[in-house]
Design a protein around this ligand. Structure first.
Ligand code: ZN
Ligand code: ZN
Length: 317
């Protein structure tokens, strides 16, 4: 699998200005792209969805299917949807996964809650193109935000077929490269949030932002992300910030991310969701402190810790 970062900023885009440089770590909000054999997976569409869309167009990805895993509906994770060119190509298909927001559990099942949440951000007068009118073919699925669910996609020609766990008798009945397993990971964040673990051909990656650990680590992450090759975690604040005003905002700090990655036995850790008030100098300082903390910890399995820089890629084999 190959993971690409198109946006690692949290909360709000933070472009460089004359006296506030963010050009190294990047200013676009959360957007990642995962290539796994024939599977194209998008994780969140913050403002990084615009450069992602341009990248996909340059790669000639037209008439293709995409699995779009949405962590939650906060604006920094969905604000780029209307600016992502592949959504305007009618030959493309997006399989969009989100969760049923709190208070909408009893909504008419015919009214798709994921579509409804996305329609709201693109409703008049806030955006000129209603979400439902984006020309690409779109299919939506809502998961439970409190409990983990497992589902699969299998290759079907140029397209994919969604298979809930109950429909898969034995994953080994499929050719290894034609099936991908996805597990949702309930996170601790205001209004709810889902992390995702992706397993493909013996490799695994977990993506768990936005999350504020209840205490030391998150038990659901420990269990569901056990022994992953790579985990992406939310280290927005410094330890001092997290102990103060920003507590309960739903984010972590880099040292807690290291503890979390060690607790679940991850081999590699990427820290994401940088604070819009932290310029490159501040983020580099946080990264240095975090690596010192990691080095002192002498972890046995975890062997790499780094902060995500927009535009970087990682090969996970
Ligand atoms: Zn966020
Ligand atoms: Zn959020």
């Amino acid at each position: 699998m190959k993971l690409h970062s198109f946006g690692a900023r949290g909360s709000l885009p933070s472009p460089s200005t004359r006296d506030f440089n963010t050009s190294i770590y990047g200013g676009n909000t959360t957007c990642y792209y995962l290539e796994a054999g024939p599977f194209r997976i998008i994780i969140d569409m913050g403002s990084g969805a615009r450069p992602l869309g341009n990248y996909l167009m340059k790669e000639g990805e037209i008439g293709k299917s995409f699995i779009f895993l949405l962590t939650h509906y906060h604006s920094d994770h969905i604000q780029g949807i209307g600016f992502c060119v592949p959504f305007y190509i009618k030959e493309n298909t997006f399989y969009i996964h989100g969760f049923t927001p709190e208070g909408r559990e009893n909504v008419d099942p015919l009214k798709n809650v994921v579509l409804q949440a996305l329609e709201e951000q693109q409703a008049s007068p806030y955006f000129p193109v209603p979400h439902g009118l984006l020309p690409a073919n779109k299919k939506y699925r809502a998961h439970n935000r409190m409990f983990s669910e497992v589902f699969y996609y299998v290759v079907n020609g140029e397209d994919y077929v969604y298979k809930p766990l109950a429909d898969i008798e034995d994953p080994e009945n499929y050719a290894l490269k034609e099936i991908i397993k996805i597990t949702t990971v309930p996170l601790h964040h205001p209004n709810g949030c889902l992390g995702y673990r992706v397993d493909y051909m013996g490799s695994s990656i977990a993506f768990c932002t936005d999350n504020e650990p209840f205490a030391f680590t998150n038990n659901k992450i420990n269990t569901l992300c056990k022994d992953v090759d790579l985990i992406v975690l939310d280290g927005q604040y410094t330890a001092e910030q997290l102990a103060g005003l920003t507590q309960t905002f739903g984010h972590g700090n880099p040292e807690l991310c290291v503890d979390q990655a060690v607790a679940c036995g991850a081999k590699s850790l990427l820290i994401t969701h940088m604070d819009p008030g932290h310029d490159d100098v501040k983020v580099a300082e946080m990264e240095k402190k975090c690596i010192e903390y990691f080095t002192k910890k002498k972890a046995k399995i975890l062997n790499n810790v780094e902060f995500v820089k927009e535009g970087d890629s990682w090969q996970i084999s």
